[in-house]
Design a protein around this ligand. Sequence first.
Ligand SMILES: Cc1ncc(C[n+]2csc(CCOP(=O)(O)OP(=O)(O)O)c2C)c(N)n1
Length: 631
Amino acid sequence: MSEKESILAKVHFPEDIRRLGLAELNDLAREIREMMIATVSRRGGHLASSLGTVELTLAIHYVFDTPRDRLVWDVGHQAYAHKIITGRKECFDTLRQKGGISGFPKREESLYDVFDVGHSGTSISAAAGMAEARCLKGDDFRIIAVIGDGAISAGMAFEGLNWTGDRRKNMIIILNDNEMSISPNVGALSSYLNRIMTGQTVTRIRTEVKTFLKSVPGIGEQMLKFSRQVEESLKTFFVPGAIFEELGFTYVGPLEGHRLDHLIKNLKNVRKLEGPVLVHVVTQKGKGYRFAEDDPSRFHGTPPFDIDTGESFAAGRSPAPSYTDVFGRTIVALAHEDPRIVAITAAMSEGTGLDRFAREFPARFYDVGMAEQHGVTFAAGLATQGFVPVVAIYSTFIQRAYDQIIHDVCLQKLPVVLAMDRGGFVGADGPTHHGLFDFAFLRTVPDIIVMAPKDENELQHMLKTAVTCGCPVSLRYPRGAGAGVPLDEHPRPLPVGKGEILLDPPDAALAVVAIGACVHPALAAAELLKAEGIPIRVINARFVKPLDGELLCGTAEKLRRVITVEENTLMGGFGSAVLELFAEAGISGVAVRRLGIPDEFAQHATQKELRRLYGIDAEGIAAAVREMVGV
Ligand SMILES: Cc1ncc(C[n+]2csc(CCOP(=O)(O)OP(=O)(O)O)c2C)c(N)n1
């Protein structure tokens, strides 16, 4: 398409689209999709969700006066069209790149992004807060929250609905229903939404049957009367959205989410309604790109891919299996040996590697939806009855369930295993998704074991340790490929609270004590330093809690210089634990330097770039050693 014919070329901000006619808007939707597919094919990102909301995004910005009217996205992974038409078209190619635009709405990026997001279920509560603020300020802007049928299964979304329906403030919640979370959606609400849609079909069929019956002389009238009686008794079935009406919302829908005329007409009416309104919009995940329509789960969050074939690029892929993969295989092997093992995911069966478990042990597998809090306490309930639940939730999302971990798991010393993938930097998803806090917030909880494997082989052994130790355990491992080490055939339990010395040259200048994914870089640093004549001891701590006091204190007393390395926030993290250990043990005169993430939110960039930036890769560790020994 030439520059001249392009509608998108003329669109920079929502005011530009408000001047367009329907045909032009439809062309614009097509061009936006093309841009998204082209960009995500190079950059990776959340394609399927964003393809599904193109018309909805255009209709909202067309009808409402954004940014004066506040548009709040839930999760925010479906907001690429929003980014493109709100001043970020020119830099859209920098999506998720270091220094480029974020993959999620971000207040500091644009006036049109009114709330930072990444985790699910926040939109209704945030919008409700804005509604109260509007009243306090005496203002009259509109507030629109857009939430998916997956995200609305989060506990907080229910809390927000409960509040909003009661407060009766003007607020519009748009439920973007594509029947998918990352995988097909689960839960009673999802089934209910599904029945609404089936109800629509039934309504259509019913109208056709009525017309037919009316056309049959005599008998037709009788039949029609009977069918009306049946219909009355099935009223809730035929009145879509009754559940939302009961909660205090005006329900509008279901609307066809890819018909701009339909959306615009209905949203214009919705705009005039008072009180809380729930607009149910039905969309298709992956709409407009064949491969994403056929396999929306794979294109939910995709690495770069070939547009013509839909295949992800193999370049850059490691021959080593991912931690996720090794976790997925090991948990299946362990479950074969131990019938007490059950597995729980919060809407991430593929992401956590539990899809394999789900296939092998469907009766022992639970997808609780995007409901981490429920998932953890649900696991605690299972544990009270003699089961060993393994709750596989990414480090960043387990933050949601902190009180459940303390109050429902640890206080009762229940043997729940928190298998936390994506511990450390996740890369392009950025600050909402980095798993940089779990060492700090979990090691302060009594009776939990906190561990992190140095590689995928140790992950197997730690998982075995976790399911056999009989107490609460957190086991965190990084996103991506393992170190490529050989895998032992049989996982074996490790001694709890014991680290290991990996390198111990007789004339070591100092000790580097690393945990988890930082151990191999520490070994690589030792190699670099050896060539420079600086021998160092390298310790794999394995446990953040309990710490190996004997090994660490002995090392401090012998070498007097210690560097700790972790892919976690420094405040309260592993290095802090080591400092506390030394203080408690009365060890003085030991120089300790802690490497990790300082007191700031790390932004989006590749894992490699971030490890370099924060000085926890081999180069960074080596530099810290040189500094400490004064060369
Ligand atoms: C608290 C939390 N848990 C898990 C996730 C991971 N996640 C991101 S999007 C998504 C599915 C979202 O489904 P839905 O809200 O229906 O939106 P769709 O992608 O289908 O448009 C999941 C599970 C998250 N972002 N936040």
